[in-house]
Design a protein around this ligand. Structure first.
Ligand code: HAM
Length: 403
């Protein structure tokens, strides 16, 4: 027997219903916020992720599904959605248009990580990317949209925010941090020591307890922001306070992707174990330019669908639609014109075998139908159909054309 690959999952009946419910709920809300659908390829040139997610990130360094295709091109299964959407945005020359663009997307992402609960090698994200809006009002609006999605899905979570500064305040902070890290280097784990030279900011979210203890005294970017970043961060917290959205300022929240500037955030749940981040995002004002487009501010997020599938509260499923059946083989053909007509408005299940009434009612119950509509011997001979509403228990017989 051939099994699915490690860290990759099939979504069968019950799970797939939850998946669709989450995606449709998120789409409905994203549309209300003015987002429209974008679809980009799963396979992209590896260089796209090297340049955007960043050479020194774990995703690019260790986790890419990267290979040479039959034409000798260096390609990669997307580990996340933002880079491909920025590439598509530039390809379509939307960076040259004066208007703002807002896109939502969903689909599979691939990261060759060590699988564990909540961490897969193929997982799904629902995400949104907003282009052309530099105002921090947009960061706030995006956070309210995610909150709306989680509220609609009945998911309790908490919000962590941070500012990662900009090209003005990040470089001097980075230098300060490197000085600090070099002084405590002997006590740091191997990963952190390596990161001093490659990506010092990532040491801040190292999970090693000894590193965390030493890093307590590290300089904090939030205390060293330039005027513009400081004022934007202040405005964001003011808006969140005003909206009654609880948050925690987490100065160690640095995100695992290199393209962020200014606002960075994560939604976490305490109910799903170690892999607690259920959504993450932030501003990436330099990425469009960095991928050779015209300077365009941007902000976005992605939700991890598998993680919220563990948390979602599905609405009670209601009986819906019609179950059609016949009690004699000759009557089966006459079910199909009725099914065709009724399917224009609602879900219809047709039973292909002639059965006794009791068996049909059982079948209708199993199919979750609201109405059982059965043609027996008498009904067949006089052109009628017997109908039972399985909720109100009402029964009646009607001419077939009036049903
Ligand atoms: P990210 O934080 O890498 O951000 O991923 C977003 C979410 O995807 C995570 O919070 C988590 O719920 C889910 N996720 C990530 N890796 C896995 C995994 N191996 N298994 C299961 N779920 C996972 C991004 O990908 C950015 N592109 C978000 C963004 C959009 N920023 C701006 N725009």
């Amino acid at each position: 027997m051939i099994n699915a690959l490690r860290g990759m999952k099939d979504l069968t009946f019950e799970e797939s219903q939850r998946f669709v419910y989450i995606i449709t709920t998120a789409i409905d809300i994203a549309k209300k916020y003015g987002y429209s659908y974008i679809e980009t390829p799963i396979l992209e040139e590896t260089a796209l992720f090297r340049r955007s997610v960043g050479e020194s990130s774990d995703i690019v360094g260790k986790e890419m599904y990267q290979f040479e295709d039959k034409g000798g091109n260096d390609v990669c299964m997307r580990p996340e959605g933002t880079a491909g959407i920025v590439r598509a945005f530039i390809s379509a020359k939307l960076d040259r248009q004066p208007q703002k663009y807002k896109f939502y997307y969903y689909g599979p992402m691939f990261r060759y990580e060590r699988p564990q609960k909540g961490r897969l090698r193929e997982f799904h994200q629902f995400g949104c990317e907003s282009f052309g809006e530099a105002s921090v009002y947009e960061d706030f609006t995006i956070i309210t949209m995610i909150k709306d999605i989680f509220d609609a899905l009945g998911i309790a979570c908490s919000l962590k925010i941070n500012s990662l500064g900009c090209t003005e305040c990040m470089p001097p902070y980075r230098d300060d941090l490197v000085h600090f890290l070099t002084d405590i280097e002997d006590g740091l784990c191997d990963d952190c020591v390596r990161r001093i030279g490659t990506n010092p900011i990532r040491t801040l979210d190292c999970k090693n307890e000894a590193c965390q203890a030493l890093l307590q005294g590290s300089p904090k970017l939030i205390e060293n922001l330039c005027e513009s970043c400081d004022s934007d961060f202040g405005k964001l917290t003011e808006l969140l306070n005003q909206a009654g959205i609880d948050y925690e300022v987490d100065t160690n929240l640095v995100r695992g992707l290199d393209y962020y500037s200014k606002t960075a955030f994560e939604f976490v749940s305490s109910e799903i174990g170690a892999q607690s981040a259920i959504a993450g995002g932030g501003r990436y004002d330099k990425l469009v330019e960095y991928l050779d487009g015209r300077p365009t501010p941007a902000v976005g997020f992605a939700i991890g669908i598998e993680r919220i599938m563990e948390l979602v509260k599905m609405p009670e499923s209601k009986r819906e639609g019609i179950y059609l059946g016949a009690m004699i083989p000759e009557a089966i053909n006459s079910l199909f014109p009725v099914a065709q007509r009724k399917r224009r408005e609602q879900k219809v299940t047709v039973e292909y075998d002639a059965k006794k009434l009791k068996a049909h009612l059982k079948g209708a119950d199993k199919a979750g139908a609201r109405i059982a509509a059965i043609i027996g011997e008498d009904e067949f001979s006089n052109g009628t159909i017997w109908i039972k509403d399985l909720e109100s228990k009402e029964e009646k017989t009607l001419p077939v054309e009036l049903f």
